[in-house]
Design a protein around this ligand. Structure first.
Ligand SMILES: Nc1ncnc2c1ncn2[C@@H]1O[C@H](COP(=O)(O)OP(=O)(O)OP(=O)(O)O)[C@@H](O)[C@H]1O
Ligand SMILES: [Mg+2]
Length: 145
């Protein structure tokens, strides 16, 4: 996990944000074979925005797969050949929740080369940078799956 040095206050629906994170981290873990890595980062952006990114070193998706993945019930493999559980609703819901917050949603992926999903909240939703806290942000904390 990579976090900014100073905590930020994000104006967002708590449940929606939790949903976004659990779905994206869940996908990253599900589609990354053992021995791979999943990492979560929060970064400030030019203009005061805040970007969440969830990256994995897993199976990845082709550009066509990405289009399927963001459509409701879209899964890259069909039900018969599929080896991963799920309904195919995770990403479309995450995308809608991001957009309801005025956030951008982007998937960078290539087959066999991992996936990074970015959710970029606009500066208008970042209330304060530098809210003090004694918590020491871990600079880098990735976990293996
Ligand atoms: N990190 C990822 N790496 C590789 N493929 C992915 C990744 N995330 C999503 N996909 C592909 O996109 C499809 C749709 O993802 P989505 O989260 O919507 O559904 P799901 O995980 O299959 O089911 P659900 O989230 O509803 O339990 C997945 O079935 C998978 O094929
Ligand atoms: Mg999912």
């Amino acid at each position: 996990m990579r976090l900014p040095e100073t905590p930020a206050l994000l104006l967002a629906d708590r449940r929606a944000l939790r949903h976004i994170l659990t779905n994206l981290v869940g996908n990253a873990i599900k589609f990354t074979p053992a021995g791979g890595h999943v990492s979560v980062a929060v970064q400030s952006e030019a203009g005061g925005g805040l970007e969440l990114s969830i990256a994995d070193t897993g199976i990845g998706m082709s550009p066509e797969h990405i289009k399927i993945a963001v459509t409701p019930f879209g899964q890259v493999e069909n039900a018969r050949t599929r080896k991963y559980e799920g309904t195919g609703l995770g990403l479309p819901i995450v995308k809608s929740l991001a957009e309801l917050h005025g956030a951008s949603f982007a998937i960078d992926s290539a087959l066999g080369a991992g996936t990074t999903v970015r959710v970029g909240f606009p500066g208008s939703r970042v209330l304060e940078w530098g809210l003090t806290g004694d918590a020491v942000a871990p600079s880098e904390l990735a976990f293996a799956v």
